[in-house]
Design a protein around this ligand. Structure first.
Ligand code: SAM
Length: 233
């Protein structure tokens, strides 16, 4: 798939599934995604007056967690799906959080100056972009020297039988859940396609180092179903 068709397909997927995205996330990850994010937040140990950018923010869960932890700071969530952003804005308004704003934009060309943020995060977004390195370089560009970039993403389990079960689940069961609960078989089949081709944690770590991050820290969750990479500029 070339860059343009991947981008168009991904855009169509999220413009379609936005209404059931949050509930489906809990169903397909058996609620684990909340614990993964909580652990990452603990490791980030953000300062309350920091400035953060959440790339591919989707329906805003990570942006909201950052804004709650940085009460005197500022958070910007960026996404290219208007519908996902609409859900994020509704949730933010309901929580009466006034330190978040949302930007409609592309992760491949972040509309921010160099060295602008203390923290730049991307949650389950990197595998969806056409060029992983380009987005990591953009994240590196906009984070301040000494700032932190964090990626939480699906990964490749290493234990053989568990790995086969995981692939079976992703390939056959998850799209079925998508069909039953969200009336979207093809859109949930995309999750399998994007996850199976995504680099494993060691390759992603090398990519972080190649971009220029130092002290790259990797943490696997739930037997390697997902992984966090954290690097410092
Ligand atoms: C799986 S969702 C993750 C949402 C959120 N970060 C979370 O953890 O729940 C992926 C998001 O990435 C967005 N996305 C994919 N490619 C993008 C791109 N090139 N630029 C901006 N957003 C993009 C999609 O619109 C979608 O909202």
């Amino acid at each position: 798939m070339n860059e343009q068709s991947k981008e168009e397909r991904v855009h169509h997927v999220f413009e379609t599934i936005y209404g059931r995205y949050d509930s489906m996330n809990s169903i397909i990850s058996f609620q684990r995604h909340k614990a993964w994010r909580r652990d990452v937040m603990k490791r980030m140990n953000v300062k309350t007056n920091g400035r953060a950018l959440d790339v591919c923010c989707g329906t805003g869960d990570w942006s909201i967690a950052l804004a709650e932890a940085m009460a005197e700071g500022e958070v910007i969530g960026l996404d290219f799906s208007e519908n996902m952003l609409k859900v994020a804005k509704e949730k933010t308004n309901n929580l009466k959080l006034n330190n978040i704003s949302y930007v409609h934009g592309n992760a491949m060309e972040l509309p921010f100056a160099d060295d602008s943020f203390d923290y730049v995060t991307i949650g389950f977004g990197l595998r969806n972009v056409p060029d992983y390195m380009k987005v990591l370089k953009e994240m590196y560009r906009v984070v301040k020297p000494g700032g932190i970039v964090v990626c939480l993403e699906t990964s490749q389990p290493t234990i053989p039988v568990y790995r086969q079960l995981y692939y079976f689940y992703f390939r056959f069961i998850m799209p079925l859940f998508g069909k039953i609960f969200a009336k979207s078989y093809n859109e949930y089949a995309w999750l399998h396609e994007s996850a199976k081709d995504f680099p494993d944690k060691n390759i992603l770590k090398k990519m972080f180092l190649e971009v220029g991050f130092s002290k790259v820290n990797v943490k696997s969750y739930t037997g390697g179903v997902s992984a966090m990479h954290m690097g410092i500029k």
